[in-house]
Design a binder for this molecule. Structure first.
Ligand code: HEM
Length: 166
């Protein structure tokens, strides 16, 4: 099934492919991202499909609001500090690049090295599953299209699983 819109420009495809390649190195989900990149005939990116920075910001905001509010994510919330402000800002920067948009995170912090950066936090199956469920709920509530949401959920699960450290 096609992932890209028809009639988009080639240069956009190049930026998307770069973003995907970086993600794959970080998280080891090459096959899923390659399928996303190559599946369709015309160039576009998940970043464009989701609606750009405004929609990524809305997704991240809803994600951390849900983490703060929903008892179902209590253990995940407990693994974070007293404030989620830093995490909110950094996840927004990171996801823009991860989705094939501007590399705000890398330009500020260099290579994400997400697994290393998560070592201080205790991440097991429970935290992994709550993170993905929280993100999936946020995607649903912020209107991420169903097929994009399903693909992103699978990629998030690969990434979150790779960050388990217990
Ligand atoms: C698997 C469960 C996860 C847990 C328990 C977790 C927890 C955390 C915590 C506690 C922080 C520090 C927040 C702060 O600086 O105040 C953090 C940072 C961050 N997380 Fe996660 N995380 C998880 C999964 C993920 C996933 C799947 C992604 C990306 C798809 C992600 C992306 C980030 C980013 C980009 C940062 C900022 C890193 C930095 O520059 O310090 N996290 N996470």
């Amino acid at each position: 099934m096609g992932w890209r819109r028809r009639n988009s420009r080639q240069e956009t495809a190049g930026r998307g492919a770069t973003g995907f390649a970086i993600c794959a190195r970080i998280a080891g989900f090459h096959s899923c991202l390659r399928a996303m990149t190559e599946a369709a005939a015309s160039p576009s990116t998940p970043f464009e499909w989701i609606g750009g920075e405004v929609r990524v910001q809305a997704l991240v905001d809803r994600f951390y609001d849900l983490m703060d509010l929903e008892p179902a994510y209590a253990e995940l919330r407990a693994s974070h500090g007293s404030t989620l402000d830093d995490a909110r800002q950094k996840l927004f920067w990171f996801l823009c690049g991860w989705l094939g948009g501007p590399d705000h995170y890398q330009s500020r912090f260099g290579h994400p090295r997400l697994r290393m950066r998560h070592m201080p936090f205790s991440i097991g199956i429970l935290e992994r599953d709550q993170w993905v469920a929280c993100m999936d709920q946020a995607m649903g509530e912020t209107g991420v299209p169903d097929d994009l949401r399903a693909r992103l959920k699978a990629s998030f699960m690969h990434t979150a699983d790779w960050m388990r450290n217990r």
